[in-house]
Design a protein around this ligand. Structure first.
Ligand code: HEC
Length: 309
């Protein structure tokens, strides 16, 4: 009899606590902007741990962190993960901070103390009810293992590596078509081949996320673009510190070079001495005191023969 009373009061207390918790939660409202409570975070992490089969949790990564492998994984991460996680893994991105739960700083012990197998499983299988999608095709997936190697390397990332990653961050549709126009001009009208995506067609989810990212980033890049000007045309004169270009609209525009102006031809780094009158160029320039200062000069091949002053 006594035991029954005890059990009953326990049950009543449990129901009361649950009801109070539910009432508080509902009153607070649900928004992806909130931070999970400590309790919620603990339950979620524990549930996630339990959901990973022991065999997978203890799996060893099949790759050592060679420079080539890290470089490949960096490019992959910059392209697929950095929208939410940031190139440095800090999670300080617009999307990352507004997801629920927020994207964690993967350089911290919370992530670094996970086993290789756990990190692999998270990447390969995704996590339900969170922003993180499943990336892996069924079966062992080397790409995900390489990402594990990269995540281990995050706390030691250096600035050069960060810089290199920016080249692989997804571009907005606007940037991409602008770049294609410029490349077509440099190639004298031939349409450049679009690079095939190595993971093309994996999931619909991925496309949706990229679309979302693009919408968010387009807003940012359009504003940033305000300061920058692209000058496209044929070089008509060169001095030590300036390039004069005749544009398609037959305007003559002079752009000034700076010590840190970058020169590039067909994807290779060049210098100003490689540039000749008659070359086709695309110059990215910033306006400073009414002068156009070149940040980047890209030039095309074999424009010489066609140049008619
Ligand atoms: C749409 C945004 C998004 C993208 C894209 C994304 N993630 Fe995540 N990721 C998240 C969120 C949100 C979490 C936190 C989930 C949680 O706390 O349960 C997370 C968590 C993780 C974790 C677990 C870290 C920890 O300590 O709990 C790993 C590892 C991870 N992501 C790796 C990746 C990799 C690698 C990629 C690219 C292949 C990727 N993510 C792409 C949103 C994203």
């Amino acid at each position: 009899m006594k035991k029954r009373t005890l059990l009953l009061s326990f049950a009543v207390a449990a129901v009361a606590v649950a009801a109070a918790f539910a009432w508080l939660t509902i009153r607070r409202g649900f928004s992806a902007r909130d931070n999970p409570s400590a309790m919620e975070a603990y339950v979620a992490r524990t549930a996630r741990k339990l959901s990973i089969p022991a065999q997978e949790r203890d799996a060893q990564k099949p790759f050592a962190p060679s420079p080539e492998l890290l470089s490949e994984a960096r490019a992959h991460f910059a392209d697929h993960c950095a929208n939410c996680h940031g190139n440095d893994g800090s999670g300080k991105t617009e999307i990352g901070q507004n997801l629920y739960p927020k994207v964690p700083d993967m350089r911290q012990p919370e992530t670094q103390n996970l086993t290789d197998g756990e990190i692999y499983s998270i990447i390969h299988n995704g996590i339900r009810l969170t922003g993180i999608p499943a990336w892996g095709a069924p079966g062992t997936d080397n790409d995900s293992w390489k990402l594990v190697v990269f995540i281990r390397h995050l706390p030691q990332m250096n600035p050069e590596e960060m810089k290199e990653m920016e080249r692989f961050n997804p571009k907005s549709a606007n940037d991409r078509s602008e770049e294609e126009d410029e490349q077509r001009f440099l190639n004298q009208g031939k349409t450049p081949k679009r690079k095939m995506h190595h993971l093309q067609g994996r999931t619909r989810m991925k496309q949706m996320i990229l679309l979302l990212a693009m919408v968010l980033f387009t807003v940012g890049t359009t504003l940033a673009h305000g300061q920058e000007q692209h000058v496209m045309g044929t070089v008509t004169a060169l001095t030590e510190n300036s390039i004069t270009v005749r544009t398609k609209a037959k305007d003559l525009i002079t752009v000034y070079t700076m010590p840190d102006t970058k020169y590039e031809k067909s994807g290779r780094t060049r210098s100003i001495t490689d540039l000749k009158v008659g070359d086709r160029v695309v110059i990215h320039a910033a306006k400073m005191n009414d002068k156009l200062m070149a940040t980047e000069v890209r030039f095309g091949s074999a424009a010489h023969a066609q140049y008619k002053p």
